[in-house]
Ligand binder design. Structure first.
Ligand code: AMP
Length: 442
């Protein structure tokens, strides 16, 4: 037999190469939330509902895009979040916008824009939505991630609300049954006490200027408090010995912080004081806190008081005492998974509708709607043809009852009910099927 001739491979022309489409992927650090993960998200939503219903928080949703200035002024232009991680864009009309890296600044903008100060104060709000930070993606760190948060806006700068926000942030994680929770607290004081601290901090860092990174040398002149956020290995020994905010609190900040602790003590709420906790956003004052899981290894969330944010965004001085917190939803889910917790189980259908042949398929199609109206969940596989394959599926779904519609049944206006456990079958008139199924499911 002659050897088959080798057909030379046709080389793609440059044009053909260009036309060849690659399968596109999601953007680095941004992830899909697939159907299999939805029960975890449902669990989060359920826990949020429990907490916000009880503590009387109302939902707010603000746009993902805000003017860049909101974050430059609110979060602070010397913070890592604004300086290094913010996604910004210029519109065709020339506006400079940012994908929100956090929600609080936008919510405060909304509070003033819509006159929420006219409502009974304080206004208690919560949110859930995507945030965007251009960070190096790694386990538990994404460029698009969801935060849920609580905000108490307006009224007095009453320490009871600091305690309540800390409590409900912890409560949310508790509601999800997350174990080994730990809350760390600190006070970074007000403008007055921060001035004294800033002077001492600057003196200290100036003395050690040759031992810190370039970023810190820059922070030293723009915003010394941000020196305490530095993650660079080189700076850690200096940071660990730096003067702490708590040693410079004025009388009023000291008693505010003491009152927060007293409220928490009233509940025997477990916390520890971490004097080097400052949080990476400029808008905080007085109380700051973080919530950890697994003995402090995973940061689930954090927050604090932000009495100056209103005026940073252009409102009257001292017009908005406020306190709030944010939790990372992906982090909560990851911790639930590693701690072996369960998600929400989907409500299982107990009835499977099998159809064989075209007329039966048509009948089944409309019968499903009757079940819908009767509030009985039915699953089907309308694309399948054979009895065997549909019975196999019904078995896999673990239903109690299979309904079988064949050509003969359609002709006789009847349907077969099969008990999936015993295999017993009976035929009933189609007009009686909903009522019979309902009875059997009882
Ligand atoms: P922050 O206000 O920056 O402390 O963020 C509050 C919480 O949001 C953190 O404790 C994390 O749980 C979560 N979070 C912050 N940044 C990210 C990120 N890049 N990816 C996933 N979760 C994040």
């Amino acid at each position: 037999m002659p050897k088959p001739k080798k057909v030379p491979k046709k080389k793609n022309s440059p044009k053909e190469k260009k036309d060849k489409k690659t399968l596109l992927q999601s953007v680095k650090g941004m992830h899909d939330i697939l159907p299999a993960d939805q029960p975890w998200w449902e669990k989060i939503n359920k826990a949020i509902k429990e907490v916000v219903d009880f503590y009387n928080f109302s939902k707010i949703e603000t746009p993902i895009l805000e003017a860049v200035e909101i974050f430059e002024r609110g979060v602070g232009d010397a913070t890592d979040i604004v300086e290094k991680q913010m996604y910004t864009l210029r519109t065709r009309g020339g506006d400079k916008l940012a994908l929100r890296p956090e929600a609080t600044a936008g919510i405060v903008r909304s509070y003033f824009q819509h006159g929420l100060s006219r409502l009974g104060q304080p206004v208690k709000l919560y949110y859930l939505g995507p945030m965007f930070r251009h960070e190096q993606p790694q386990a538990g760190r994404y460029r698009q991630f969801y935060q849920l948060g609580f905000e108490v806006l307006g009224g007095e700068d009453d320490p009871v609300y600091d305690a309540q926000v800390i409590l409900i942030t912890h409560r949310l994680a508790e509601e999800l049954k997350i174990k080994n929770l730990a809350v760390q607290l600190n006070s970074i004081g007000c403008k007055n006490c921060r001035n004294t601290h800033r002077k001492k901090l600057t003196e200290y860092y100036k003395k050690n200027a040759n031992k810190i990174c370039g970023d810190c040398r820059r922070r030293l002149s723009i915003n010394p408090l941000r020196l305490l956020d530095c993650k660079n290995e080189k700076c850690q020994p200096i940071k660990n010995q730096a003067p702490t905010t708590i040693d410079f609190l004025c009388q009023s900040c000291r008693s505010h912080f003491r009152a927060v602790l007293e409220y928490l003590d009233e509940l025997n709420f477990p916390y520890s004081i971490n004097t080097s906790l400052v949080r990476g956003l400029d808008y905080y004052n007085k109380t700051v806190f973080e919530l950890f899981a697994d003995g402090g290894n995973t940061a689930l969330g954090g927050g604090g008081r932000y009495d100056y944010l209103g005026e940073m965004l252009g409102a009257r001085k001292n017009s908005l005492p406020a306190v709030g917190s944010a939790l990372g939803v992906e982090r909560l889910i990851e911790v639930m998974k590693t701690q072996g917790l369960s998600s929400i189980a989907r409500s299982k259908a107990r009835v499977f509708l099998i159809q064989i042949g075209k007329p039966a398929k048509k009948k089944a199609f409309s019968l499903i709607e009757e079940f819908y109206k009767a509030g009985v969940k039915v699953i089907e596989s309308l694309g399948k043809e054979s009895l065997k394959s549909q019975l196999k599926l019904a078995d896999k779904e673990g239903v109690d009852i299979a309904l079988i519609l064949g050509q003969r049944e359609v002709f006789e206006e009847s349907i077969i009910i099969r008990d999936m456990r015993s295999g017993a079958q009976e035929t009933v008139p189609l007009t009686k099927i909903i009522e019979t199924v309902k009875k059997k499911l009882k």
